[in-house]
Design a protein. Sequence first.
Length: 313
Amino acid sequence: MHSHTPPACLLGIDVGGTTIGGVAVVTHPDGAVDILATGERPARQGADALVEDVAAVCDILRDAVDGRAVPRSIGIGTPGKVDVASGNVSDIANLSVDTVALGSDVARRTGLPVQVENDVNAAAIGAARMLGTADAHVVAFLNLGTGLAAGILRDGRLDHGARHTVGEIGHIPVERHRWPCGCGQRGCLETAGSGGAVTRLWPYDSPPMPGLLRAAADARSPRHAEAVDTKRTVVRAICDAIDVLALAVDPDLIIVGGGMARTGQPLLDALRGELHDRASASPFIRSLAIPDHLRLAPDALPLGAIGAALVAP
């Protein structure tokens, strides 16, 4: 009689402004990822509540995989400024967290090793793995969420930079309207090219981006002229961010993700159209074939939680 030893699994937690979501995954040598269980819990305000909620989602996942796999470690993707060495996080504005020793506190609560990573970086890892980009040397993940930021992978490893600010391209202050940004500057790309910006600029639809693109394409729409102007502002800002990534990072692939990316093919078509227009005036830019390197992130998968699991120690 042969006894069956359950495989080890990784727990991944994605900290959001309203929900703490999680997955339990098993990875395979060929790069495949199997999702064994998912779980979530409403997010609450404050550092103590954050630790409790993350640990509670881990408990949900452990109960869900009981007997099928043995949790080995935990990865957490979170907004805020993350010290990946210590697991400490500061400035999680949406959850009113000034500072929290998230890694050590969750490790103490769960008894498992914990690695903490920036949420956009975690999503970059998840998107790259689920799209099967193993052959790509450099992958850039452009996150169009409440803010605008990117995660950069080089040969499958995150590029953190000297101060963990690689990819904070949403705060490059080149947007022509010079709107104030929450970071204190004016004209940041995030003020026009993020999901938060579109919600502000186009308050007539929820979610706003699909409605904006429809109104801009329909000459009979009562807000057609406004939609055309707003679409131009938003798409230009996103394409400025794409150009920054293409020229500064030179990626094999640029994956567009985040909440706005759920708009799907219409958004991708709008971005590619603007990029083709830019390339038509510049042989150099045309030679880079930037539109050909764009991909949409898989919409139906919890990429942040998957990526967090994949950075688990």
